[in-house]
Write a protein that binds this ligand. Sequence first.
Ligand code: 5GP
Ligand code: ZN
Length: 120
Amino acid sequence: MSSHDPNCIFCKIIAGQIPSRKVYEDEDIYAFHDIAPWAPVHFLMVPKLHIPSMAQVDTTHERLLGKMMGLAPRLAVEQGCNPYPQGGFRIVCNTGAEGGQEVHHLHVHVMGGPRPWARG
Ligand code: 5GP
Ligand code: ZN
């Protein structure tokens, strides 16, 4: 699997070829505000490695995905989500067409802030 897809919008964001509002960056992960937020706090976390979706994830990605999940609560609070349990946040990973995925570079949506902004 290629680590970078020159036609991928999120690879271009990671490379700085398309501007974004950065939330966090390290050698493996980039996080940035969603351009069309659904919630008062709404950012995306992506691996720098171009993985098309969760459907392509395998055990070689365990450390990477674990690192992303481990970072999410800290970044959520830094971005203005209220603390658990009264506050909290929602993580969504749309996968494939029927899963509502539009950008085919694995990403998790982290959403939070005062409701109402989502069903369920
Ligand atoms: P998906 O439906 O694939 O899970 O979500 C893709 C998300 O990427 C959408 O929420 C959309 O608003 C966001 N998005 C698409 N293009 C851009 C962009 O160029 N910049 C930023 N910051 N977000 C984008
Ligand atoms: Zn990509």
